[in-house]
Design a binder for this molecule. Structure first.
Ligand code: NCD
Ligand code: ZN
Length: 340
């Protein structure tokens, strides 16, 4: 019998960019409509590096998202981050996690970390106080091919890091490769990963389908089919180490469709529809709730959400544009519909 409707605990998004100001008012309701909580990425300009900046950003998100949504804030790690500031923000309940952007790796990462050794004191402290470490796992060396940057990061940075901080809870964000899926699966329980809809649905051909496709461009960039399949197997396989993180990263249409287009895919409006389609295709709908609603809270040490959401098997057309933004799947449709 084919399942026609799917009800799961209200899910969370463990990696999202909500931006600020006008963009925030457009995108926050999209995330709040489907998710109970979200890990909010701190790569604003200027980045969120102080407890005060995070607390006031949190207030702006709550105002834009409306009732029933809880933003979980993160600290943007810099070379000069003060471990005491991290501990204070964590103790005051402002920061749930801190995020590593290797300097130059992605959008608004100019103030990021230039050498992992520079944040070893911060990581010592985070390990001690139980603060989660979220990682953009790509090296930035110009000598390393774009498509190899995640795998090389795992070899050069993450492998020694996991050894040096055996009790630090680490999330390797938005994994894109077989190497990442395998490394996370075989590591101890304190290393987990988030997976985006685009890395489950697209391979790198999507970047060039009939012409250059800026709306398929994000970082880490989508990889070969072999990698997409490995990431898919990991996500649907039932391991508690893999959970939902959209990496929804809106940029105005003109900033994407440009001679130097921004990296980021705005997938928040139809995120659950996209993930449900993948789990359905993999005949793994029975594991969708763990991935979307249970594994993340268990890893972060938070309770699961009260309440539930329902998806129905129905054609869900995606509009060409939402305001000034082009959503993931624009002009096509998903096979599931979010019904609240
Ligand atoms: C993100 C953004 O635009 O902030 N872009 C992206 O392609 N994912 C940054 C990031 O998460 O790398
Ligand atoms: Zn991101």
């Amino acid at each position: 019998m084919t399942l026609q409707s799917l009800t799961i605990r209200r899910p969370d998004d463990w990696h999202v960019h909500l931006r600020d100001d006008e963009m925030l008012t457009t995108v926050a309701p999209c995330t709040a409509r489907q998710f109970g909580r979200a890990i909010i990425m701190p790569n604003l300009v200027p980045p969120i590096t102080t407890v005060e900046a995070a607390a006031s950003y949190r207030d702006r998100i709550v105002a834009a998202a409306g009732p029933g949504f809880t933003p979980l804030m993160t600290c943007y790690l810099t070379d000069s981050i003060d471990p005491d500031e991290l501990e204070r923000g964590h103790a005051e309940g402002v920061w749930v996690a801190a995020k590593l952007y290797p300097a130059g790796a992605t959008t608004n990462s100019a103030s990021g970390v230039t050498d992992i050794r520079n944040i070893y004191p911060a990581l010592e402290r985070m390990q001690r106080i139980g603060m989660v470490f979220c990682v953009h796992g790509e090296v930035t060396d110009p000598d390393v091919d774009m498509f190899d940057r995640e795998a090389v990061f795992i070899d050069r940075i993450l492998t020694p890091l996991v050894r040096d901080f055996p009790a630090l809870r680490i999330v390797l964000e938005h994994i894109t490769t077989r190497q990442a899926a395998e490394f996370v699966a075989s590591a101890p329980a304190n290393l987990a990963a988030t997976v985006t809809p685009q890395h489950l649905m697209l391979n790198r051909n999507a970047l060039f389908q009939g012409g250059l496709r800026p709306h398929a461009y994000c970082l880490p960039v989508v990889k070969r089919e072999e990698h997409r399949l490995a990431v898919r197997r990991a996500a649907v396989g039932g391991s508690p180490k893999f959970f939902l993180g959209t990496d929804s990263a809106p940029h105005a249409r003109g900033a994407k469709e440009s001679a130097c287009g921004c990296a980021g895919i705005f997938n928040a409006p139809y995120a659950l529809e996209a993930y449900a389609q993948v789990f359905d295709e993999e005949e793994a709908l029975d594991r969708f709730e763990s991935f979307a609603s249970l594994n993340g809270p268990a890893f972060y040490g938070l309770p699961v959400n009260e309440g539930s959401v329902t998806l129905e098997r129905a054609v869900s057309p995606v509009p060409d544009q939402i305001g000034d933004l082009v959503p993931f799947g624009a002009g096509s449709s998903f096979g599931w519909r979010f019904s609240g």
